[in-house]
Write a protein that binds this ligand. Structure first.
Ligand SMILES: C[S@@+](CC[C@H](N)C(=O)[O-])C[C@H]1O[C@@H](n2cnc3c(N)ncnc32)[C@H](O)[C@@H]1O
Length: 289
């Protein structure tokens, strides 16, 4: 655990918070996941290094990084299955908030045959992906919309553990933007911290969670954290997701604990009659044969 994490935990403890290992908070391990080892298929995969790995999985645990990457892609397939869709039935796919490619690394086959994109605010993670995930076209995006993509550019957008870190105002702006870049009839898969993650209510937010439906805790990550200060922690009650997100999308499935056993997985679809003419994306780099 890095120095700043110790400092942050000490500061929280001093203020009377129940201190837990926040590093487990981004992709929290359920008991059956504690003993994971690096999957054999990952032996030949590039290693983003401790710093970038810890930004996405909360600790420099390579086994956890690769193991959860494989698992998250399986879960994505499973959730899409609810709508009778296979991952490779999509033509143009965006990993929104891809970080250093935890999931993209498990999509090489897909990236060779489909248009695969990734975007993130983290310029260092994107620089690493550019060098090591050549079958995906990756870019840095700004804190606020727009993305550089055309209207209706994608028929699938997924974002694992991104809306879990953004406040409501920004979320709304990003939901509208993700709707713009998704083709009518296209799908989105987003994860949230819901009832499962709330668990024993270690942040003491249950009342707000139930009443407001969305709770943004704005002082989890201190100034030492490598991402901007607005990057914090958000919980969503399922009713809020159904009520609020359905302004822009149809909710096709809600899977409690469907993302690594701790985050909920939401399958959204841009309505077919929500029309905008699809425009082709610019040519993209592909891995040389
Ligand atoms: C917990 S990490 C998860 C990374 C990746 N999705 C995964 O599952 O490994 C959250 C990621 O979301 C990115 N992020 C947060 N807000 C974003 C935004 N508005 N646009 C793009 N990326 C964002 C962060 O930079 C970080 O890489």
């Amino acid at each position: 655990m890095s120095h700043w994490i110790y400092l942050r935990r000490a500061a929280l403890a001093a203020r009377g918070f129940v201190v837990f290992n926040w590093t487990a908070r981004c992709l929290e391990k359920t008991p059956e996941m504690l003993d994971v080892t690096i999957p054999p298929e990952a032996a030949s995969m590039p290693d983003p290094g401790a710093e970038l790995v810890s930004r996405v999985v909360g600790g420099a645990d390579r086994a956890w990084f690769y193991w959860t990457g494989r698992e998250s892609v399986r879960e994505l397939r499973r959730t899409l299955g609810v709508a009778d869709r296979a991952l490779d039935s999509f033509e143009s796919i965006l990993d929104f908030g891809c970080g250093c490619g935890r999931m993209l690394l498990w999509m090489e086959e897909l990236g060779r045959t489909r248009a695969l994109y990734g975007t993130d605010i983290d310029a260092e993670a994107i620089a690493w992906c550019r060098d090591h995930v050549p079958y995906a076209d990756v870019t840095v995006n700004d804190t606020d919309p727009p993305l550089r993509y055309a209207d209706a550019a994608f028929d699938l957008v997924f974002g694992h553990s991104v809306f879990t870190h953004v406040d409501e105002r920004r979320q709304d702006a990003w939901l509208i933007e993700l709707r713009r870049v998704t083709a009518p009839g296209g799908f989105l898969v987003l994860s949230t911290y819901g009832e499962v993650a709330l668990g024993d209510d270690r942040w003491r937010i249950r009342e707000r969670f139930e009443h407001d439906g969305i709770v943004f805790i704005d002082d989890v990550f201190g100034p030492e954290y490598p991402l901007p200060n607005w990057y914090q922690l958000t919980y969503h009650a399922p009713w809020y997701v159904f009520e609020h997100w359905s302004r822009w999308f149809e909710i096709r499935a809600y899977v409690p604990g469907g993302a690594l056993g701790v985050q909920d997985q939401v399958l959204l679809q841009r309505r077919e009659d929500d029309a905008a003419p699809p425009r082709p994306l610019p040519a993209r780099r592909r891995r040389p044969a």
